[in-house]
Design a protein around this ligand. Structure first.
Ligand code: ADP
Length: 231
């Protein structure tokens, strides 16, 4: 028996209108990602990587075609998408998107405020996540006191604190030096291999792409899978 892919796009059409002019981005995009995959998405600027991530995140919707995640049709979900997103996916941003007036623990705790958990349960879970990203002991530090790499690790802890099945990463190493980037990539690999998170990561960084199980190149509205030498 074949299993349905975890993420499935079929015949997705998407474009924008700017001043009456139609800008097509995808005319018939298909994509199948099984549960537990770690996919890097690369492609030239303007090829539609952000548009794709926004559709996967349910921030934007296809003009036509279907988009399902875990057998839920995001394109038909309407207003319920934002609640669904909060419970089913975590997002890691290029520039971390931490709230500067909150310390590391408070930033990580934010998604848990939507859950029926006690303060103690929230604190325990936040502690475990900060430990997992190598930041235990830094609970009380504010983003302005942290390096970019540390801030991004807080961002990863916040993305997984609700235990979502899917992680969407938008250029997660784009603002980091090589060493910090590699530390973040190691954490993402761990989350994929050990905690079975499905990861879709947009990146320009070939080293980051090598951390993924496969790389899809987006060009002229279609995906081309990169062939890899067996390692
Ligand atoms: P990438 O992330 O690969 O650089 P994007 O998804 O940001 O590509 O953009 C793809 C194309 O869609 C570009 O030509 C961009 O100018 C256009 N575009 C993206 N978002 C909008 C929008 N909100 N309104 C109009 N055009 C947009």
């Amino acid at each position: 028996m074949t299993q349905d892919p975890y993420i499935a796009l079929a015949g997705v059409r998407k474009g924008y209108r700017v001043g009456g002019e139609a800008i097509p981005i995808f005319s018939a995009l298909d994509l199948a990602i099984p549960r537990g995959d770690f996919v890097a998405v690369m492609g030239p600027s303007g090829s539609g990587k952000s548009t794709l991530l926004n559709m996967l995140a349910g921030i934007d919707v296809p003009d036509a075609g279907s988009l399902s995640i875990g057998n839920h049709r995001l394109d038909r979900m309407g207003e319920a998408r934002s609640t669904w997103r909060a419970h089913n996916m975590g997002i890691v941003f290029q520039f971390y998107n931490l709230l500067p007036m909150l310390n590391a623990a408070e930033n990580v705790e934010l998604p848990l405020l939507l859950k029926p958990l006690s303060a103690r349960e929230r604190r325990d879970r936040v502690g475990k996540m900060l430990d997992l990203v190598g930041l235990s002991g830094r609970e009380k530090q504010y983003p302005s006191m942290m390096s970019g790499g540390q801030q991004q690790r807080v961002g990863v802890a916040r993305a997984i604190v609700s235990d979502p099945g899917l992680l969407l990463c938008d250029e997660p190493t784009g603002d980091l030096d090589r060493k910090s980037a590699d530390e973040v990539l190691e954490i993402l690999s761990f989350l994929n291999r050990q905690l079975e998170k499905t990861i879709v990561m947009v990146t320009h960084d070939p080293q980051a792409a090598r951390s993924a199980k496969r790389t899809l190149h987006l060009d002229k509205g279609q995906f081309v899978e990169e062939k890899r030498a067996a390692s």
